[in-house]
Write a protein that binds this ligand. Structure first.
Ligand SMILES: Cc1cc2nc3c(=O)[nH]c(=O)nc-3n(C[C@H](O)[C@H](O)[C@H](O)COP(=O)(O)O)c2cc1C
Length: 438
């Protein structure tokens, strides 16, 4: 029998989370000038800090100011550690997150080929970078290719010196954040960002047909045809991430937590075993927790988009399975790695669903994204016995996909609309306003 929501969790590094629910990473788009945190983002996190969460995972913080995932992303600079005036905003941000004792874990990221033109300081014509020069596939139509070319272009294949530079940028970012008071970092190696492309291929959940995955796209994401030590077998594809974990560990205090967010793989797919091998590598490298998610710009399954239930399969069997997008993969991972601390994110809306996943032993803690925006006090709603199970739920409709996206067959816009809506709500929190469900 697994833990209760209220039970504290001690991570391998010694960091204690007071309970089992964490606010998931959601890019806020609230950076001030210079990609620094300011008052608006601190106001949002002050609101979440009051919520009593087990931890607050920040939205992604980019490790390279030249390559941002979105125009309002926060980013660190390589000279940051030596410039006190550049550290103060980060200190204030960490303090706002942790003012009521909730640990803040900063998600750190490089967007790779998912960096739109103009996002970052590389200039409008600066190319994105990726393991191979393979552009995004945003949909089947000509319009999707045109949009892709305008917005992202084709990435440049990274050289070995690019790789070691990027490893250094991740380490620098983690060092700066540790210095400024964060309790840990999470390496974002999911959702199609740079590191995701090295180790993990994306695949839809079992029992679910993904309308959007075509073979070519799947192969292009799954294959890493680098000929050097960063390509080839699963261990070699995981190498950049292993180097990042090991080098960060040397630079931060022993009780500073290092987590990683990965995409799931279908149990029946050939990539499943590769993924398991890579998880073993990350575990050996010393991660404190593994967060399971899925999807990318091409197939935003992390938002519950692009999936439908198979018509001849019975409706989901368990309460947890009805909610959690990636429950099956979490269960498979748990079976193989009983000692890894697992965080499962995506789809949880009710106390019953969360308790079923925790008590069923599928994961050790649960990440809450959109419901945390609608109800910053979501944790209290779940934990307070004064609310019945029926009341302890935050259920809402999907954000409609814009007509133009459907007409132009641009798949990513479904997830994009969802993200934009909720980012707008985060901005309302920044302005001291209440939020609304779609
Ligand atoms: C506005 C918004 C921004 C997001 N930004 C990030 C991000 O920066 N990093 C990340 O790992 N996931 C990000 N996500 C995905 C969430 O962490 C989470 O996986 C997803 O929302 C599914 O969980 P939910 O069903 O509880 O919302 C974002 C989601 C939303 C809605």
């Amino acid at each position: 029998m697994g833990p209760d929501i209220t039970e504290p969790l001690t991570l391998k590094c010694g960091l204690v989370l007071p309970n089992r629910l964490v606010k998931a990473a959601m890019a806020e788009g609230l950076a001030d000038k210079g990609h620094l945190p300011g008052e608006r983002i601190s106001r949002v996190y002050s609101e979440w800090a009051k919520g009593g969460w087990g931890a607050l995972l920040t939205g992604n913080i980019q490790v390279d100011v030249q390559h941002l995932g979105g125009y309002g992303d926060l980013a660190t600079r390589s000279n940051q550690a030596d410039e006190p005036q550049l550290l103060d905003p980060w200190k204030q941000y960490a303090e706002a997150c942790q003012e009521h004792g909730t640990p803040a874990i900063a998600q750190i990221c490089h967007p790779g080929r998912q960096s739109p033109r103009g996002a970052g300081e590389r200039g409008i014509f600066g190319q994105t970078i990726a393991p191979n020069a393979i552009p995004l596939n945003m949909g089947d139509g000509v319009a999707a290719s045109i949009v892709r070319n305008i917005v992202f272009g084709c990435p440049r294949a990274m050289s070995k010196s690019d790789i070691s530079h990027i490893v250094g940028q991740f380490v620098n970012c983690a060092r700066v954040l540790a210095q400024c008071g964060f309790s840990g970092i999470e390496i974002h190696a999911a959702h199609g960002y740079l590191l995701c492309m090295f180790p993990i291929s994306h695949h839809p959940m079992p029992g679910i047909v993904n309308r959007n995955v075509d073979t070519a796209q799947f192969l292009s994401l799954g294959s890493n045809d680098r000929q050097d030590e960063y390509g080839g077998n699963p261990e070699r594809r995981a190498r950049i991430v292993i180097e990042i974990i090991q080098q960060i560990r040397k630079e931060v205090p022993a009780n500073f937590c290092i987590g990683i967010k990965l995409n799931s793989a279908d149990h029946n797919a050939s990539e499943f075993e590769d993924t398991m091998t890579q998880i073993q590598c990350f575990y050996n490298a010393g991660v404190d927790f593994l967060e399971i998610s899925g999807g990318n710009y091409e197939d935003p399954t992390m938002m519950g988009r692009g999936v439908r239930e198979e018509p001849n399969k019975p409706k989901s069997q368990s309460t947890a399975a009805r909610e959690a997008f990636f429950l099956d993969f979490a269960a498979q991972t748990r079976k193989r790695f009983p000692d890894i601390t697992l965080l499962l994110t995506g789809g949880f809306r009710t106390r019953e669903g969360i308790e079923a996943a925790l008590k069923g032993g599928v994961c050790d803690f649960v990440g809450i994204g959109r419901p945390a925006v609608l109800r910053p006090d979501f944790l209290r709603l779940m934990m307070d016995p004064a609310y019945t199970n029926q009341e302890a739920s935050v259920v809402f409709s999907k954000v409609p996909v814009p007509l133009v996206a459907r007409l132009l067959q641009i798949k990513s816009l479904g997830g994009g609309a969802e993200t934009e809506y909720f980012r707008g709500q985060i901005h309302r929190l920044a302005d001291g306003l209440s939020t609304f469900a779609p």
